[in-house]
Design a binder for this molecule. Structure first.
Ligand SMILES: [Zn+2]
Length: 142
């Protein structure tokens, strides 16, 4: 009898989920980019760093500064190849978590939750401006 209840509950959930449209029109869900990593000795190379920055519409220099600061290490972004070299060994899992943290703080609008934002500087203050709802949120300078 207990099993039957569980099954029924699952069936109910399935029915509910099947009614939710996979994609709403004109309201595409934000897709978190993932890092492509190569480890070379004690170095970590993010191959798709520029692509990630482009996708997030953020300057790769700013994103690389954030990464190196958070990882407390040195490294450099090469604008020619679009890769970021980090002078320590970091797992792609840690880098993806770091990227998510960046997106939450510097890309997603805290008011409406959309990623259509730009990062601007007013004097020494950094502000996340949302193009979707117009909200302005001061953020910690990187
Ligand atoms: Zn917004």
């Amino acid at each position: 009898m207990g099993d039957e209840l569980v099954e029924n509950y699952d069936a109910l959930l399935n029915r509910l989920y099947s009614k939710v449209p996979a994609k709403k029109h004109g309201h595409e869900r934000f897709e978190m980019p993932k890092v492509e990593v190569i480890h070379m000795g004690s170095q970590t190379i993010i191959r798709n760093f520029r692509e990630i920055s482009d996708k997030l519409r953020r300057n790769p220099e700013i994103l690389s500064r954030y990464f190196l600061k958070e990882l407390a290490t040195a490294g450099n972004y090469d604008p020619e190849s679009g890769i970021l070299k980090v002078n320590i060994r970091v797992s792609s899992k840690s880098l993806n978590l770091l990227l998510e943290k960046f997106v939450k703080s510097y890309v997603i609008c805290p008011t409406c939750g959309r990623p259509d934002t730009v990062l601007i500087k007013k004097g020494k203050t950094w502000i996340l401006v949302c193009e979707a709802c117009g909200a302005e949120q001061p953020v910690k300078p990187i």
